[in-house]
Design a binder for this molecule. Structure first.
Ligand SMILES: C[S@@+](CC[C@H](N)C(=O)[O-])C[C@H]1O[C@@H](n2cnc3c(N)ncnc32)[C@H](O)[C@@H]1O
Length: 246
């Protein structure tokens, strides 16, 4: 199941072009339901948790967590995405280049404690911003080129502090039908990448085109929809899989 996409490579410049061309079907204007539903499990009673967003885009989840008193560090290759994040959330920001990370720029809003590093995630490490108490991986592992998956997992593991909780959202579909990204990462591989941690499978949902906002309605869970644009697939051919690790 993995060989179909094994050699597929998205260059960083292609991601930047997607932002310039506004081809960002992955971006969601609302807080991700999986984060909301699993928030308590991830925070686990702690306050002021340091959250890491690998491949953060302009996820509004970052602002939501910051408003709840947590701090946020994100990494994103597209400068445009980072500027749009601050602008669209009406936040001022500073920017500085980092001698310790050549080519990278740090964009920060210190009032909300949000720091976004514009760089390749593979040049980021715990020596740049320490380790984290929580990681929200939505659209990240699934966007990393398949050949770099083990390297990415090693980086994530090195960024996890002792009490870290890692929430991961992946998409399950038939890779014969769609070449990615988002790439197909079967749960079995997730287990082998991160299996040294206690793994809890928190949800698996068939994606359907509408979100039912009514709490308690069975459609509430079934209605979780990830807005990735997978043109070759019908929505009922995609499932989302969400797990936590600690
Ligand atoms: C599928 S999007 C997900 C964005 C965000 N997590 C969200 O849920 O909206 C993947 C993002 O990762 C960025 N990206 C891809 N490869 C990267 C890399 N190696 N280092 C840093 N950012 C990268 C892309 O520009 C894009 O914004």
């Amino acid at each position: 199941m993995l060989e179909q996409q094994a050699d597929r490579i998205m260059q960083l410049s292609e991601w930047e072009e997607r932002w310039q061309d506004n081809k960002i079907g992955f971006h969601q204007p609302a807080i991700h339901r999986m984060l909301q539903i699993n928030y308590n499990a991830v925070v686990n009673g702690r306050s002021s948790v340091r959250f890491f967003f690998p491949l953060c885009g302009k996820a509004v989840d970052m602002k939501w967590l910051a408003d709840l008193g947590h701090s946020v560090v994100g990494v994103e290759i597209s400068e445009m995405a980072i500027r749009q994040f601050f602008q669209e959330n009406n936040m001022t920001y500073s920017e500085e280049s980092l001698p310790s990370l050549p080519g990278a720029t740090l964009f920060q809003n210190s009032e909300k404690n949000i720091s976004l590093y514009q760089c390749d995630v593979f040049s980021f490490s715990s020596s740049v911003a320490g380790q984290f108490g929580a990681i929200w991986d939505r659209g990240s592992l699934v966007a990393i080129n398949p050949k770099d998956r083990e390297r990415y997992a090693a980086l994530i593991l090195s960024l996890m502090g002792g009490d870290c909780r890692y929430l991961l959202d992946t998409l399950l579909y038939n890779p014969d039908l769609y070449k990615g990204p988002p790439f197909f990462v079967p749960d079995k591989q997730v287990q082998s990448l991160f299996g040294e941690f206690q793994l809890q499978h928190v949800a698996e949902n068939t994606l359907i085109p509408t979100i039912s906002p009514v709490e308690g309605d069975p459609g509430y869970i079934l209605g979780l929809q990830d807005s990735f644009n997978l043109p070759a697939l019908e929505l009922n051919q995609i499932r989302s899989s969400c797990q936590t690790f600690y």
